[in-house]
Design a protein around this ligand. Structure first.
Ligand code: CAA
Length: 259
């Protein structure tokens, strides 16, 4: 399938890489781009050979938010009745294999929200995160007021959402929004290294780990702990668990078959 607003490729036939590709608009997220992104993610997720996905942008911008030009004239009736702007944004939540955001440059508004929908964020040292919607007379509309406080706590989330200021990669790492900060020229190498490492493990265990960590954000602690326990027990039904533990006991590398 050919795309207008993104490019896709695979690394080592195992990692599906999606590059947002509206450089002139700093990868502003219009409806067409979000539909294409959802389709590419679903295709990679359904591909047996793919174990992990990466979403990235350009050096200057991961994404500078939803497309303001496209939104500028919408009325309440437009956006409410048709769920415009954010209609196709939740596809990423249905993706079951791990998705990493490799962020350089601006990740603002919907760009920050998209990065937060990924399972973890690796940031280049030039990355800048923010929820500047307040400057446009709106609030974040794709989960920013919900995921940001869970990631960085109430005080910093309020600071960012109410002032519209940007935070740099160092502050984002300190606050827990990003898992690692790397030099810009090492961003893809480091991210693909992490993705390939994940691909080397049991795909079933990786999917279960993702599902269980996500549960921590969406339910109560008691529910999450019980959910984790059930998945943990269920993994003892997989051949990969036998292989992984046998390999450890016999001091040899594991050869997972994803079964
Ligand atoms: N939508 C549409 N176009 C955008 C855009 C956006 N979110 N962000 C940048 N662009 C366009 C600019 O209009 C400009 O286009 P032209 O060259 O045709 O004028 C081009 O990208 C380059 O941008 P700048 O000239 O502004 O570049 P800069 O380096 O001076 O500034 C920036 C970069 C600070 C990111 C600035 O572009 C900016 O503030 N962008 C808007 C950020 C924003 O408000 N995002 C939130 C959007 S609302 C949202 O996302 C809602 C939601 O929750 C879903």
């Amino acid at each position: 399938m050919s795309y207008e607003f993104i490019t896709i490729h695979t690394e080592a036939d195992k990692v599906g890489v999606i590059t947002l590709n509206r450089p002139k608009q700093l990868n502003a997220l219009n409806a067409g781009l979000m539909v294409e992104l959802g389709q590419a993610l679903k295709d990679f997720d359904a591909n047996e050979a793919i174990g992990c996905m990466v979403i990235t942008g350009s050096e200057k911008a991961f994404a500078a938010g939803a497309d303001i030009g496209a939104m500028a004239t919408y009325s309440f009736a437009d956006v409410y009745k048709n769920d415009y702007i954010t209609r196709d944004w939740e596809t990423i939540r249905s993706i079951r294999k791990p998705v990493i955001a490799a962020v350089s440059g601006f990740a603002l508004g919907g760009g920050c929200e998209l990065a937060m929908m990924c399972d973890f964020i690796i940031a280049a040292d030039n990355a800048k995160f923010g929820q500047p919607e307040i400057k446009l007379g709106i609030i974040p509309g794709a989960g920013g007021t919900q995921r940001l406080p869970r990631a960085v706590g109430k005080s910093k989330a309020m600071d960012l959402a109410l002032t519209g200021r940007m935070m740099d990669a160092t502050e984002a790492e300190r606050a827990g929004l990003v898992s690692r900060v790397v030099p810009l020229d090492k961003l893809m190498e480091e991210t693909l290294g992490a993705a390939l490492m994940i691909c080397g493990y049991s795909q079933i265990a990786a999917m279960a780990a993702k599902e269980s960590v996500n549960r921590a954000f969406e339910g109560t602690l008691a529910d999450g702990v019980m959910f984790e326990r059930r998945l943990f027990h269920a993994l003892f039904a997989t051949a990969d668990q036998k292989e992984g533990m046998d390999a450890f006991v016999n001091k040899r590398p594991a050869d997972f078959k994803h079964q």
